[in-house]
Ligand binder design. Sequence first.
Ligand SMILES: Nc1ncnc2c1ncn2[C@@H]1O[C@H](COP(=O)(O)OP(=O)(O)OP(=O)(O)O)[C@@H](O)[C@H]1O
Ligand SMILES: CC(=O)N[C@H]1[C@@H]2OC[C@@H](O2)[C@@H](O)[C@@H]1O[C@H](C)C(=O)O
Length: 364
Amino acid sequence: MRILGYMSGTSLDGVDAAILETDGVSIASFGAAILVPFEAEKRQTLIDATEDALRWDGVGPRPASFAAAEHVVLDTHLRAARMAMSEDGGRIDLVGFHGQTVLHRPERRLTVQLGDAGALATELGVPVVADLRQADLAAGGQGAPLVPIYHQALADRIGMRRPAAFLNIGGVANLSWFGMDGEIVAFDTGPGNGMIDLLLQSRGAGRYDEDGRLAAAGRVDQAVLDQLLAAPFFDRTGPKSLDRYDFSLATVDALSIENAAATLTAFTVEAVRIAATSLPSPPTEWIICGGGRHNPTLMRHFGARVGPWRSADDCGFRGDFVEAEAMAYLAARSTKGMPLTFPGTTGVPYPTTGGRTYLPNTLS
Ligand SMILES: Nc1ncnc2c1ncn2[C@@H]1O[C@H](COP(=O)(O)OP(=O)(O)OP(=O)(O)O)[C@@H](O)[C@H]1O
Ligand SMILES: CC(=O)N[C@H]1[C@@H]2OC[C@@H](O2)[C@@H](O)[C@@H]1O[C@H](C)C(=O)O
């Protein structure tokens, strides 16, 4: 099947769309992949919905702003599909649609991804698999991370030596570890770029710390770093998952922007170092995906504090599209009733399939 996978991550930078040819086990080929950035006004609509979601916290009627945000999600995904399909030059059989996460409260079995999968199916004329986290949460899992089974397919494709680990550094960071005997351990490690992004945005210094320049010019404040690392999240071993806004930026309020950027960059790396100590054995190397791998200050720090790493791109993968590809892969698995999540990845008690298929409405 040729499947279009979508991810719009917690950084709210845009929609990633990637086409994958797969049977849900192995990857036959990689098709077109594109990022459609959210225009400033549309991005603001999504930020408003995310802020409302945090205040709402799943209690009472859904915030009114969700409707406008779902419109933005649908519109941007349709544009992304048209661009990816015209570049790909072929038809697609199926879509894997993540939706825009605005709230994640796994302890209450609640995760909210905005988007109208039915409308997307009707507009594109193909079935859309969505609601990928719900069955896992209902069965008692964390509902995240979902990508480990796809990371495993990538590792198998290049015959990676085990133990091996993938780390996605998005708004939140998550790792997948693969042992010698097929064992998988996965969980969210802590913040990725999310807090660094929020710092710059809150101080009117742009959207993100481009090439880690501010962090490189600053000094890590050890006392503030220790305070950040004292959060109970780091005492727990996985399975565990995060909402992007679980850590407060107030801790760095008194620091200069350079020192705050340096401290938050170190926070992301130290969180991974702590996570690594709970792995059954150290990975021979780390494969890094997600936007954080573009930040040389962060990655220099990672090399010094965690271990040897390679960018996903250096392994022949598309480091900015791994999550979108994963949604295509999971969609294939969903239609076949194959498991998406496992006790080692989300803490779900047994391997669990998931996703709901929305068919195009041919009457409208
Ligand atoms: N050149 C760069 N220098 C520094 N940081 C960068 C650079 N390029 C990208 N980033 C960071 O990567 C982020 C985007 O990462 P990515 O697209 O992986 O996040 P996401 O998919 O939204 O997150 P998540 O995986 O949490 O859903 C940007 O917001 C920025 O912080
Ligand atoms: C609730 C939610 O959207 N979580 C995201 C987020 O972004 C990174 C990390 O936190 C990961 O757990 C997850 O996304 C990927 C696609 C996942 O589920 O594997």
